[in-house]
Design a protein around this ligand. Sequence first.
Ligand SMILES: [Fe+2]
Length: 574
Amino acid sequence: MAFYKMTGPNSTFPFPLLDQPVNKTIEFFSKEELHANWSRLYFNVGGRARKHALSSTNAAYNASKFTSFGNYTNLGRKFKDAFLKAASPHTQFKYASISYKYYTDLSKHERFRKDKYFSHLRLAGLNPMAIRRVTLSGKSGTNYHNLLRRLNSKFDWDREITSITGDSSTQESIECNKVYVVEYPGLEGITQMPDYFLKHNPHKIMRNNPAQIALFAVDLQKRLRPVAIQNSTTKAGHVFTPRDGLLWEISRAELQISDVFYASNVEHLLKTHIKMEPICISIQRHLSKLHPLHQILQYHCLGLIPVNAFGLQSLLENLLTYRSLFSHGNEGARQLLLTAYEKMVWNDADLEWNIQERGMEDREQIPYYPYRDDGRLVNNILHGFADELVDLYYARDRDVRRDYELQNMIGELSQNKKSKNANKISKVKGLPSRFRRRWQLKKFVRQFLWVIVQHSILSYSVGEFFQSPIYPSKLYDSRTNAIKLEFVQMLPGPLNAALQESLASGVTTLHYDSMFSYWKHLKSRKLKFLVKSAYKNLAIAQHYITRRNRRRYIEGLLTNPFMTRNWMPSSICT
Ligand SMILES: [Fe+2]
């Protein structure tokens, strides 16, 4: 179809996207039968609700000064209430913090200030993909000897680690899978921009957010606990521990800022939205409407292309999002995105590969890791679904090889030079140039679907966690050296807090459908049966995850419902 053209190399966004102007893209999809209702909800209802909530929140807080954490919590609540009221009666808009029974509220009793929840956020927060096991061999996880070259050698890491693990040496703790590290590669050295809200903060000066290294260790009760945070990725960095009072609180907050900035750009924007767009375009370009994969995958592409057209522009070019919220601004975001794009591989869309690569498989030392354990339940269902779908239409490997529509599609997406159709700028390394065997196609379908699950975790949890003081977007110091600010005074003001809520609500809140709920729209009886089975299997998984979340909630562990059917849509549409 002439509309579905892909961009070539261009200096603004050097990855393959739909080659159409933003307005034309949004207008085109608003008239497409499959996308029209979603388009109305996302752009019209959601967009209006967001504007209304932002202006009513600003009107209430504009002139006031925030002096307590409760001020921020109240602002968040006010924004969410105003948003939901404006979006009513459309029940597809929802927040887990308001309607999920087992939601652990971090703002309650100032839980966010506890190290326990700081650790939980690494395992069940908005980015459970940053944590890696420290290993001696380096075959998986992060090599200890390489790590030592980046750690401040004057700090007694051994004493701090073994005081938590109870072992006689760090080496012993590493051998027992008890030492973990959190880093954000690519964040060091990227641009810091001037404070966008300078005139709103005449007595304060914005801090440039550093790239850090945080070490964690498992204690005798199998709990992950923070060891220390180094405020640089080089040996010259200063190291802070939980005994350092305000300096520790600042270090933790700075890591939270790095976490949300990295997750939003690399894990969310790049590895879900941008990675999937060329595939969704290519499906339209090469698979006929009657092709079974077209019939299925079109539902999993719903909304993605118009969301990308709108989102990339508003995040990287609009002054009220990255530019105003983070010290790295939109220029830093763009630099991080491009660095990470060069390293992106298709396989990182595979849950098992990702867990093994980071060394996060040890359930004995890390018994609480919802991303891994709930993810496996869901991934098994996707596995079965992809296998059955391919078996249904391809009896032998030869049938896959002879499907020229399919081969043209993957040929265009592959970076392999042997592929005559290869898109010259495609950088999704690891996609084959041809499907030769059925297992390759099954794996592709499963990984494609997993990216959507991954998006659900990344996107919706931003709506719940990306708010000051849990996840501030930047911090401030006093302009006068003699005045030392308390932590609450270092947080950005009400306008920044309201904009955070607004950005978070733009990328979250709309739960348009449930994964596989489109079974009822399918015309083919065979496909209908297959998709309906997967839909039912997800209900069983949801039952187990809910039971786990109930137990986690009672035990005071962080929970999230974003891998359950009721909270996970069929596509990347927010
Ligand atoms: Fe998203």
